[in-house]
Design a protein around this ligand. Structure first.
Ligand code: SAH
Ligand code: DHB
Ligand code: MG
Length: 214
């Protein structure tokens, strides 16, 4: 079904195809969002009217390109990536997509980059996509919230992980982090949220969507 949707609905151009090919050639794990998921992020950011986008977890910049293409002229996307090697590949992929003016990849542990972003006191982000080390998911949601405004949208990837997130006894840091993130979101007075399971080219997983309230 993902191939069917993608053939019919998702016009992946050369820049997107080359971003995947060059990420693979660099030996990166094949964990970028699927094309139809990338287009979903793009449509959500467009619907949001986002002019400022935050991404946590760049990899080779595949999701970054989809999100960057939702920006209006003069819009800005900041994508945070731990690995300098990943960031180099991503920057080349973003430049080929013509997005180097609008997109900045910042290297380092995202928690450090987020603190730096706060100290810069820039305008809030309209849209955040959290897709890095899952153990830090609760911290990333707190930071995304801190850097948001009422009406901002926060999306978290990989919140199902083959259903392993249901296991309250799990010691897998990704599961523990994602479950803590759900607890935080479910009790937070400034977030209203839902989560959906997905199945397809990236297996059985899911997305959480949270809107920042007043
Ligand atoms: N969003 C990308 C996929 C990201 S994969 C896409 O869909 O195309 C997760 C990325 O998070 C990897 O590149 C990994 O290096 C990065 N990462 C892991 N831990 C991190 C951390 N502490 N800070 C920032 N990035 C981190
Ligand atoms: C993993 C990370 C991702 O962001 C993803 O989409 C799929 C898998 C992982 O670390 O296993
Ligand atoms: Mg992911």
């Amino acid at each position: 079904m993902d191939a069917y949707f993608t053939d019919l609905l998702i016009a992946e151009d050369e820049a997107l195809k080359a971003a995947v090919a060059d990420s693979d050639a660099a030996g990166m794990p094949q964990i970028a969002v699927a094309p139809n998921q990338g287009k979903l992020l793009h449509l959500l950011a467009l619907t949001q009217g986002a002019t400022r986008i935050l991404e946590i977890g760049t990899l080779g910049g595949y999701s970054t390109i989809w999100l960057g293409r939702a920006l209006p002229a003069g819009g800005r996307l900041v994508s945070l990536e731990y690995s300098p090697e990943h960031a180099d590949v991503a920057r080349a992929n973003l430049a080929r997509a013509g997005l180097d003016e609008n997109v900045e990849v910042r290297v380092g542990p995202a928690l450090d980059s987020l603190a730096a972003l706060e100290s810069e006191a820039a305008a809030p982000f309209d849209f955040s996509f959290i897709d890095a080390d899952k153990a830090n998911n609760p911290h990333y949601v707190e930071w995304a919230l801190k850097l948001s405004r009422p009406g901002s949208l926060i999306v978290v990837d990989n919140v199902v992980r083959d259903g392993s997130v249901l296991d309250a006894t799990s010691e897998d840091p990704a599961v523990v982090g994602t479950r803590r993130m759900f607890e935080l979101v479910s009790t937070h007075p400034r977030l209203t949220a839902t989560a959906v399971q997905t199945v397809g080219a990236r297996g059985y997983d899911g997305l959480l969507l949270a809107r920042v309230t007043g």
